[in-house]
Design a protein around this ligand. Structure first.
Ligand code: SF4
Length: 365
């Protein structure tokens, strides 16, 4: 069970997930050693370049305008503000900066041009630069690639079967299409999901099954544990049990052996011992910084202390793929097409999301 496969079935994945834990850990750890250095962890810093006010209804997200949460929105940051944060992240040991904007999709225009300039700027700092900006067209993906983007994050979130219980404003296929648009460039793909949203074990296996269908597999796979935020439709979800997280990480490691499996949201709910078990199970990347977009995250100094105690090293940038060339805007081959793509809006509503929207409206009134 060592080769890279694209034909995993949900049943096979479930069988892996449900193995006795010690056996699962041994198998995952063995595969981890075959494909990766088990003593090296890649560190990414997530910067929220545009926060809140999003038109989508992702049931887990405090940035959706329709829910009443404590998130304070802000306009798109300036290039200099982002550069300053990226430099701080580099000093702290991060090899990658991921810029997140609370957008449904990228829109051609001055804001996207500004993001392209941020990509060029961070690439020049010799850091891997990643964006998570919502849905992108092929031309937009090409423009990001030309600017020197290293990775694009677009999570599938959960299984195709459970997806409609969490998000109604864009379809699962829209997600897949965006990932395919990114794949038409040399930008690497970062795609994973969230556990703890009320999904079944079959859904967790289904999510991993979809990720294994991509060829090549996504280079990075974030595994998030839901941070249940007050005011969102999933606010009452109990925290994810650490052994479930460990099982999910180990299963991801086994079915996606060459990908970097990233511990993402939910690390503040895990002990250091729990995180160490995740690293043993095959996690080899974390998000650093005291906030993950809007939810809390461990302090970078705490993370570095944990690495020291565990004898883990941080991965240098461009360890797996070379630095991308960055073309200046005036020499760009791909221009704005002023696209207004018709991403789908399936016409169903999620009752609990509608209820939260109603409550938020009443509070605002
Ligand atoms: S997850 Fe992204 S797309 Fe969904 S509501 Fe939050 S910011 Fe918007």
């Amino acid at each position: 069970m060592n080769e890279i496969r694209h034909d995993w079935t949900k049943e096979e994945i479930l069988e892996v997930y449900n193995k006795p834990l010690m056996e699962l850990l041994y198998e995952a750890s063995t595969i981890h050693r075959k494909y990766h250095d088990p003593n090296t962890v890649q560190v990414s810093t997530l910067i929220s370049i545009k926060t809140g006010g999003c038109s989508e209804d992702c049931g887990y997200c405090p940035q959706a305008a329709r829910y009443h949460t404590n998130v304070e929105g802000n306009d798109l940051m300036t290039v200099n503000q982002v550069k300053a944060q990226a430099l701080r992240a580099k000093d702290g040991g991060s090899s990658r900066v991921c810029m997140g904007a609370a957008w449904r999709n990228v829109k051609d225009g001055p804001e996207f041009d500004q993001v392209l300039e941020m990509v060029r700027t961070i690439n020049k700092l010799d850091m891997e630069v990643c964006c998570t900006l919502g849905m992108v067209t092929e031309n937009q993906a090409k423009r990001l690639a030309e600017a020197g983007l290293y990775a694009y994050n677009h999570n599938i979130d959960t299984s195709e079967d459970y997806y409609d219980d969490v998000i109604s404003t864009r379809s699962f296929d829209d997600r897949i299409n965006t990932i395919e648009n990114v794949r038409k460039t040399n930008v690497t793909v970062c795609s994973g999901g969230i556990i703890g949203m009320g999904e079944s074990l079959e859904d967790r296996a289904g999510m991993l099954e979809t990720l294994t269908r991509f060829s090549p597999h996504p280079e990075s796979v974030p595994i998030n544990a839901l941070v249940a935020v007050e005011g969102t439709p999933l606010e009452e979800q109990p925290p994810v049990n650490i052994f479930e997280m460990v099982r999910m990480v180990a299963t991801a490691r086994i079915v996606l052996p060459d990908s970097q499996v990233r511990l993402s949201a939910g690390r503040t709910q895990m002990s250091r011992e729990g995180q160490a078990m995740c690293f043993f199970a095959g996690a080899n990347s974390i998000f650093a910084g005291d906030k993950l977009l809007t939810t809390p995250n461990p302090d970078i100094n705490e993370d570095m202390k944990m690495f020291e105690d565990l004898g883990l090293n941080t991965q240098k940038p461009f360890f797996k793929h070379e630095q991308r060339e960055s073309i200046e805007a005036e020499n760009s081959q791909y221009q704005s097409l002023g696209e207004k793509p018709k991403w789908t809006r399936p016409d169903h509503k999620i009752e609990r999301n509608e209820q939260k929207k109603k409550e938020a409206k009443e509070v605002r009134a």
